[in-house]
Design a protein around this ligand. Structure first.
Ligand code: ADP
Length: 211
């Protein structure tokens, strides 16, 4: 199935873009949503995370304490690695399961850390699409959306790939800066959706048409 890796920094607008693509008939596999589900109460990662990090890692509601885990992972690279070694195989399995069941016109993987994944995702998808946005706008959007502090958002952003690194691997770019209204964004995304749908049909027919 024709597949797109959709990425972008925190607050760039990935989720918004993915919601529209799903509405228009793409199958969307969102790795962030999968990670959240795995670490929610009753999620498959909760017990192994408790074993790895102790009871302090799990909140009274039975979910991973994300604030606690974020502090540990920032402070200690070994803890970050351990977190990844628990989460990544579980995420991978869920991603494969969902992708295997996809029946949409094409497949979109939403992967916040696609560029950081050292080639793994780049080999898995046909095209990489970057939602591009300046850091000031990212900061403003994330502050408006979440209760995270300015410092925490800045740390998250500096741990992510730079805007330049992302653009360097992009096959398609969706500009979603401060000047982009939601209607304009929707139009930009729709044009890409049409191009990808055409491409997906061409692949399904085993032929391409030029001119
Ligand atoms: P990401 O998934 O990349 O972290 P989101 O799609 O959640 O980003 O977008 C972050 C916030 O900014 C959301 O509340 C979203 O509705 C808003 N947003 C994104 N793009 C625009 C835009 N062009 N105009 C206004 N608000 C936007």
């Amino acid at each position: 199935m024709f597949s797109i890796g959709l990425t972008g920094g925190i607050g760039s607008g990935k989720s918004k873009v993915a919601d529209w693509l799903a509405e228009w008939g793409a199958s969307v596999v969102d790795t962030d949503r999968i990670a959240h589900a795995l670490t929610a109460p009753g999620g498959g990662a909760v017990a192994p995370l408790r074993t790895a990090f102790g009871a302090a890692a799990i909140g009274p509601d039975g979910a991973l304490d994300r604030g606690w885990m974020r502090e540990r992972a920032f402070a200690d690279p070994a803890a970050r690695q351990q977190l990844e070694s628990v989460l990544h195989p579980l995420i991978d399995r869920a991603v494969r399961d969902e992708a295997g069941q996809a029946r949409g016109r094409y497949l979109v993987f939403v992967v916040p850390l696609l560029v950081e994944s050292a080639g793994k995702w780049r080999d898995r998808v046909d095209r990489i699409c970057v939602v591009d946005c300046d850091p000031e706008t990212q900061m403003r959007r994330v502050q408006a959306r979440s209760g995270l502090t300015h410092d925490t958002i800045e740390r998250i952003m500096s741990a992510q790939a730079s805007r330049e690194d992302r653009l360097a691997v992009a096959d398609d770019v969706i500009v979603n800066d401060d000047a982009t209204g939601l209607e304009t964004l929707r139009r930009r995304v729709f044009r890409l959706h049409q191009a990808w749908s055409d491409h997906a049909s061409g692949l399904a027919d085993g032929r391409t048409t030029h001119g």
